[in-house]
Design a protein around this ligand. Structure first.
Ligand code: SF4
Ligand code: SF4
Length: 374
């Protein structure tokens, strides 16, 4: 435990407090930066253009909350400063990502979702940080956010000097890659801003644009969420566009391709937060094992995990697509067929699509065989 600096309650030394907050953050495994609540114009313009193009898909909340998103002061009166925080999630176990992606019989789950739900973990850490500050200087206005409010978190983090926004739209730090969560505290402390990260470190690299399985990064710094597998498997309700299903491969919850291909992630830092350790071997479960989970299995094995948020039906929808993309086998075909009877309309439609994929593969194989023998 670091010794707290001497800060008088009646006249806080805000420079000293800023340094003390960095030390408290470090003890909580956080890296923090400070910025004013004014979002720079180029970030606001990029958001407007993205919404105008309809790239947000059916995430209507982006449209509804645009005013607060571009002006955090609307979330809390008297906001003077935003403390932006990074928390590493990359676990040792995560390093098998590429081998899982190339094994079509295994379900790929985005590496950030293999452990405990980050919303609670990060929020708790931000809350503790604020309680430390209060113990030092007395009460002040603060609100912690972890994806829980309309906030332009990448823009604020870039302004707070925590990294640069890459062409894949994620925040990247040259010594930490992009495998971290972001959270914010908005508060009424008059803390000096850190210098913003001015320079994008992508240079001529275009790996994320060329390696995105669905071509969702339609231009540098622009993701069409409607094509993004993260959006499709997690946010999107209802049926998934048939033209995108074969491109999803075995990705059943989220997608990491635009991070795995990013050269800056050679510098990803392994998390020291035990909560993010992989649970139930979710990093390498066979698709059929997951397919045979009952709803009760799903609920118990994803307890405390962000995966639980999508619910059993979307989980089954995603799995049906991955099984349609898996190699044909008796077990896969039987597993799909046996599930039709009790499936919801949504899942049934995806099961029938999956079965049609296998029928097509069988027909194509038959054509190859006929060509060979006749
Ligand atoms: S998460 Fe996957 S689908 Fe979405 S932009 Fe990145 S690589 Fe493309
Ligand atoms: S893959 Fe290349 S272009 Fe994409 S974010 Fe990383 S460095 Fe930038």
């Amino acid at each position: 435990m670091n010794t707290p600096l001497q800060i008088k309650t009646d006249a806080p030394d805000y420079n000293a407090l800023t340094q003390q907050i960095r030390l408290w953050a470090e003890e909580l495994a956080l890296t923090v930066g400070f910025t004013s609540p004014t979002i720079a114009a180029h970030h606001r313009q990029r958001l407007s253009a993205w919404l105008a193009a309809g790239y947000h898909g059916d995430m209507d909340f982006f449209e509804r909350n645009q005013a607060a998103r571009t002006d955090p002061r609307q979330l809390q009166e008297n906001t003077l400063c935003i403390i932006s925080a990074r928390l590493n999630y990359w676990d040792e176990q995560s390093s098998n990502a590429q081998s899982i992606l190339t094994n079509p019989n295994i379900g790929y789950i985005s590496r950030y979702a293999l452990g405990r739900d980050y919303h609670k973990v990060l929020r708790q850490k931000l809350k503790q940080l604020c309680l430390n500050i209060e113990a030092e200087i007395g009460s002040f206005i603060w609100r912690p956010f972890t994806d829980s409010a309309p906030i332009m978190e990448h823009a604020l983090a870039e302004q707070a000097g925590l990294g640069f926004i890459g062409k894949n739209t994620l925040l990247i730090h040259p010594q930490a890659g992009s495998t971290f969560f972001l959270g914010e505290v908005i508060c009424n402390l008059p803390l000096a801003s850190d210098p913003a990260t001015e320079k994008c470190g992508c240079g001529p690299c275009n790996n994320c644009l060329t390696d995105c399985p669905t071509g969702a990064i339609v231009a540098p710094f622009t993701v069409d969420a409607r094509r993004c597998i993260s959006y499709l498997t997690i946010e999107h309700e209802g049926s998934i566009d048939e033209s995108l299903r074969p491109l999803m491969g075995n990705r059943i919850y989220g997608c990491d391709d635009c991070q795995l291909t990013c050269p800056w992630n050679k510098f990803s830092q392994t998390t020291i937060t035990a909560d993010f350790s992989t649970r139930h071997q979710l990093d390498q479960q066979p698709l059929l094992t997951l397919w045979h989970w009952s709803e009760q299995d799903f609920l118990s094995k994803t307890e405390g995990s962000p995966i639980r948020r999508i619910g059993y039906e979307k989980w089954r929808r995603n799995l049906a697509i991955a099984l349609g993309n898996a190699p044909s086998s008796t077990e896969v075909l039987q597993g799909l067929e046996n599930a039709i009877l009790n499936a919801s309309d949504l899942v049934k439609e995806h099961i029938l699509w999956a079965l049609a994929q296998h029928k097509n593969k069988t027909n194509q194989q038959a054509v190859h065989v006929r060509r060979y023998f006749l």
